[in-house]
Design a protein around this ligand. Structure first.
Ligand code: DX5
Ligand code: ZN
Length: 218
């Protein structure tokens, strides 16, 4: 497996009045992916944006779009997210009654499939789905908002999932999302994380390009 971790800035904390410039900044930076947070006001107590905005972002972005769906009944919209330009679609374990079917539905569109778990969900719940998943997303805050405090027990969850991956000889990526900064990012990479999502730490910093570079060089 490639030892270099990936960095995915979350546009949730970007300045939406200057969205084009923010996207161009990420394009030119050392970031690997764009992380897009889709919230429906039902699965999480917040609402963000949908297909048309993703399509616009996709026109300008020169890196893969990592689309994190925090919505109920995501099976209703998988094809539309894929058409809008999602390269990777992540659904929540807690939002799906038929997770295996949903993962297959995502793969049929040609997108990669990710499965996310909330802070209260143990990694052992993933045992049967990880062989079918391209990525597992460990939420290190309760989903819904940027700028929240990192939940420290997430590091141990990454360590456990990394062990499961080794034992089963699998190669899915482990992504972590919420409260990532240089300190928590370092701990997560040491525990086995492959993708760091960072929203406020990047976009609220004085020099986002430099902050991305620092996260890459951890
Ligand atoms: C939260 C989102 C995150 C959010 C992270 O529900 O899934 O992607 O943007 O924001 P920070 O990095 O500020 O915790
Ligand atoms: Zn996210």
């Amino acid at each position: 497996m490639n030892k270099t971790h990936l960095v995915a800035p979350s546009l949730l904390s970007a300045d939406f009045l200057r969205l084009a410039e923010e996207i161009k900044m990420v394009n030119k930076s050392e970031a690997d992916w764009f992380h897009l947070d889709i919230m429906d006001g039902m699965f999480v107590p917040n609402i963000t944006f949908g297909f048309d905005i993703i399509k616009q972002i996709n026109k300008l972005a020169n890196k893969p779009l990592d689309v994190h769906l925090m919505i109920e009944k995501p099976e209703r919209y998988i094809e539309k997210f894929a058409e809008a330009g999602a390269d990777l679609i992540t659904v929540h374990y807690e939002a799906a009654n038929h997770l295996h079917r949903l993962v297959m539905q995502i793969k049929e569109t040609g997108s990669k499939a990710g499965v996310a778990i909330n802070p209260h969900t143990p990694v052992t719940c993933l045992e049967e789905i990880i062989p079918y998943s391209d990525m597992i997303l460990i939420m290190s805050v309760n989903p819904g908002f940027g700028g929240q405090k990192f939940i420290q027990t997430s590091v141990e969850k990454v360590r456990k999932l990394n062990l499961m991956r080794k034992e089963k000889n699998l190669s899915m990526l482990i992504e972590v999302d919420g409260g990532v900064n240089l300190d928590t990012g370092k701990q997560l990479i040491e525990a086995g994380a492959n993708v760091l999502v960072a929203g406020s730490f990047v976009f609220k910093s004085n020099n986002p390009t430099e902050t991305i570079k620092k996260l890459k060089s951890l």
